[in-house]
Write a protein that binds this ligand. Structure first.
Ligand code: A3P
Length: 802
């Protein structure tokens, strides 16, 4: 069924400034069965007519009430029991799809009037020969031109009948046994809102029928006054990868090349400037039979008729090249081949064999592409994953626009119609209202991947796109277009600007990704533990103590960001996972290496939790929470100690109480001071992305006074076999006033000096207690739900609130 998530994609085409509102509106848009209506169905039933009338007697137009049949009519499922009819009511109310199922075991009647509505339902019917009502005001994408002949899927359809002008049929169909009468029944009806002021669209079945999906898209558009609407523009690009790569006997011959050009011209009648985009690996030029080599020659004689893009010279997978220069040399061979054969080299688009190196990103590929070919656009099916296809997205990395690529049901091995997987009808099914049709319907831009072998032999590629075009033109008003890849890349990110940001995932979590990731890289080089801060709660001390454990290894310090990597919370994220991995040692023994990283900016970052969860879904997360009032003050002191001019200029009280009219710099400092203390808000964000069992909240106060007990708890949390007794390895340094690492010879290694005064003035304390009160209550509820012990300072705070 068309899912709401899929439809969210529709929203992304609305202008940027309104997209947020539309997303919200989408959320409140409901596709729901007014179950109370149908509940009423069981109570308030229209009097039945004489038994013995058949379902074929149902009346066709909605201008006259139906003669209702109780307990008869409708098609029973093969075992004679009633199936579960579904009526979807699409309106503008709730956020979720609610399907109402009749209870198959109930002896409820099959025909009824909706309570309070002049609408009658007949259920459990088998239907056929569906047609679109050309007068329906709903139609936008859907074109009412033809009859969809044949049975509709399922025996459990509901049809609607009414004599009220509020109801306008959208789809009509015959009952399967209506051969003689040819009466049409309304299977999708639009309620114009003339009866009770609410507009609805009622579907007499779920969305498994392709015409329902099509009409559903229009219904969304109509009910939201086009706010949730796609434009009619659809861009299609057909790549023919490996135009010279194919075994003898499967390649294109002269006649195939001619057919390709002819079909291109034919497609151009409906898709202006439609041009096949040919990918080449020069090494395989003239590698077929004599006849096939003549095909290659003819193809090159038409060089200006097509768009061209480079593969690798020998079709090698780029991720196998660790050395960027060697990779670039391979690319140069292909470039020279192109130049020798007058193939254009300036088109800026390339595709990597087997998606290798594009995602997961192999930086060497990106850099070599830019150097040798000035590549600015590529495409892949692998981001974020091959399946489900509807979630594929684009991203931008190192200036290269990566566009999502769609599958059209053709692969290198699909050569003959009769051998098509699932039988010859399967390809037609995919095109005629199936996956391929839906791909074009729901994606403003579709880049399809096909292969040389689809254009020789039975020429399934030509068959597929001609048929697809024909189907689209028959059933939709879509305006089909094409663009060269560079322009298509720009178009894509105009339509989906938020896609530009990539989300890196662990390549080893997806077998397909792992297969195209360099063997020189290992997923064991990622941390298994993140210490997320926030700042000034003791995270640094904890980092030091964790590093004392023989099984734990911390990251190398970063020179740029105060020793912390801050990968997930900063712009460094765009450098990619190879950059991140460089901060961890090469694993010596992958099973025992347990890396951890501390970046105090992760805790309150808007993006860090989602990014971390994408790359490190199994990681353990530790946050240290101390009294937010003290934390805010310590942070302010820290800023002064680091000569922050704004902190030096204003008192703590000035900072925390600054109003909206205060100087911007002061407001910025205030936010940085106070926002990390909204613990519940930030923790909730982490809980959206990690299971609560993966998160440990450490009491900052206990860490200060009894770190050994905290370390014991942490070791259990991490499941470390080797339990270290920190009572023996830590010592309290009275001069420093802190617990420190005990070194050989009785010396201690402590963190820097305490920064002086610990508590803010009384007035500021009162202000902040009040400020954090609600947040602390929320935090206590959250920790309770997580099954975590409340920190002492929080318990105290809650007691004072009472
Ligand atoms: P001050 O620097 O204000 O004294 P973070 O490392 O998260 O920035 O937190 C610094 C705070 O950690 C210190 O604040 C100090 O109060 C606290 N802390 C807890 N245990 C500590 C320890 N063993 N050594 C040093 N500081 C510790």
């Amino acid at each position: 069924m068309l899912s709401v998530l899929r439809l969210r994609r529709l929203v992304r085409q609305v202008p940027l400034q309104t997209s947020f509102i539309f997303l919200f509106l989408l959320c409140i848009l409901s596709v729901f069965l007014s179950s109370y209506f149908l509940y009423a169905v069981k109570r308030k039933l229209e009097p039945s007519l004489a038994a013995g009338r058949s379902a074929d007697d149902l009346y066709v137009t909605p201008s006259r009430p139906l003669p209702f049949l109780s307990g008869v009519g409708g098609t029973l499922s093969s075992d004679g029991s009633r199936t579960d009819p579904v009526v979807l009511v699409l309106t503008w109310k709730k956020c979720n799809i609610v399907k109402y199922y009749y209870d198959a075991n109930e002896k409820s009647l099959l025909s009824a009037q909706l309570k309070g509505f002049p609408l009658f339902l007949h259920s459990n019917l088998g239907l056929k020969d569906c047609t679109v009502n050309p007068k329906s005001p709903l139609l936008h994408v859907t074109r009412a031109r033809q009859v969809f002949s044949g049975p509709l899927p399922g025996d459990d359809w509901t049809v609607f009948q009414s004599n009220h002008s509020t109801y306008e049929p959208v789809l009509l169909a015959k009952t399967r046994s209506a051969e003689s009468t040819g009466l049409m029944h309304t299977s999708v009806v639009q309620d114009l809102g003339l009866h009770d002021g609410i507009q609805r669209v009622l579907f007499g079945h779920n969305l498994s029928f392709w015409l329902h999906k099509l009409v559903f898209v229009d219904a969304l558009s109509f009910l939201t006054a086009k706010r949730l609407s796609l434009s009619l523009e659809r861009f299609i690009l057909v790549d023919i990868d490996d135009i010279f790569v194919g075994k003898e006997g499967t390649r294109m011959k002269v006649a195939d090349v001619k057919a390709l050009v002819e079909t291109q011209n034919e497609l151009r009648r409906s898709i202006p400037d439609f041009t096949f985009n040919l990918g080449f690996s020069g090494k395989f030029f003239h590698a077929g039979t004599d006849e096939e080599d003549r095909g290659d020659d003819l193809l090159l004689s038409y060089v200006d008729e097509f768009w061209w893009f480079p593969h690798m010279w020998s079709h090698m997978q780029p991720h196998r090249f660790h050395n960027q220069s060697v990779l670039a040399e391979q690319m140069m061979l292909n470039r020279r081949f192109a130049e020798d054969h007058s193939i254009p080299t300036h088109l800026g688009y390339a595709v990597a064999p087997h998606h290798s190196g594009v995602y997961p990103v192999h930086i060497q590929l990106y850099e070599a592409w830019k150097r040798v070919w000035d590549i600015r656009v590529t495409s892949t099916e692998e981001y974020p994953h091959l399946k489900p296809a509807r979630f594929r997205r684009g991203f931008i990395h190192r200036g290269i626009r990566v566009l999502p690529r769609q599958t059209c049901g053709l692969f290198t091995h699909t050569i003959f119609h009769k051998d098509y997987p699932g039988g010859p009808q399967e390809l037609e099914r995919i095109i005629d209202g199936g996956e391929l049709f839906l791909t074009v319907l729901l994606n403003p831009i579709s880049i399809f991947m096909t292969h040389l072998s689809n254009y020789g032999n039975d020429r399934l590629g030509l068959f597929t796109f001609k048929r697809l075009l024909n189907f689209l033109l028959t059933w939709t008003h879509l305006k089909l277009q094409t663009l060269p890849p560079l322009q298509l890349g720009n178009k894509y990110f105009q339509l989906f600007p938020s896609d530009a940001e990539p989300l890196w995932q662990d390549p080893c979590e997806d077998k397909r990704h792992k297969d195209i990731w360099s063997k020189e890289k290992t997923c064991d080089r990622f941390p298994k533990l993140l210490l997320i801060g926030p700042q000034k709660t003791g995270a640094m001390a904890l980092y030091l103590f964790l590093g004392m454990h023989p099984d734990l290894s911390s990251n190398y310090p970063s020179k740029e960001t105060f020793e912390e990597i801050q990968f997930f919370s900063s712009h460094s994220y765009h450098r990619g996972i190879d950059w991140y991995m460089e901060y961890f040692p090469l694993p010596s023994n992958s099973s025992s290496d347990y890396y951890f990283e501390k970046s105090a900016s992760y805790f309150d970052s808007d993006v860090a939790a989602a990014r971390a969860a994408a790359l490190l879904p199994r990681a353990r997360i530790i946050t240290v929470l101390s009294d937010p009032v003290e934390r805010a003050f310590a942070w302010y002191q820290h800023q002064r100690a680091h000569a922050d001019p704004v902190a030096l200029k204003y008192s703590f009280h000035d900072v925390i109480t600054a109003s909206h009219n205060a100087p911007v710099k002061l407001q910025v400092l205030q936010k940085r001071c106070l926002a990390p203390g909204w613990y519940a808000t930030h923790l909730s964000r982490w809980l959206e992305h990690y299971h609560h069992d993966q998160i440990l909240v450490v009491d900052g106060q206990t860490l200060k006074t009894d770190p050994a007990s905290v370390m014991e708890k942490i070791q259990t949390f991490l499941g470390l076999e080797n339990q270290v007794d920190y009572h023996k390895t830590l010592a309290f340094d009275p001069k420093k006033g802190f617990w420190c690492q005990l070194l050989d010879g009785g010396k201690t290694k402590c963190l820097g000096k305490s920064k002086g005064q610990r508590y803010p003035d009384k007035q500021s304390q009162v202000f902040l207690r009040n400020y954090y009160r609600d947040g602390n209550i929320q935090l206590s509820k959250l920790l309770y739900k997580m099954g975590q012990v409340l920190p002492g300072w929080l318990r105290e705070d809650l007691l004072n609130i009472r």
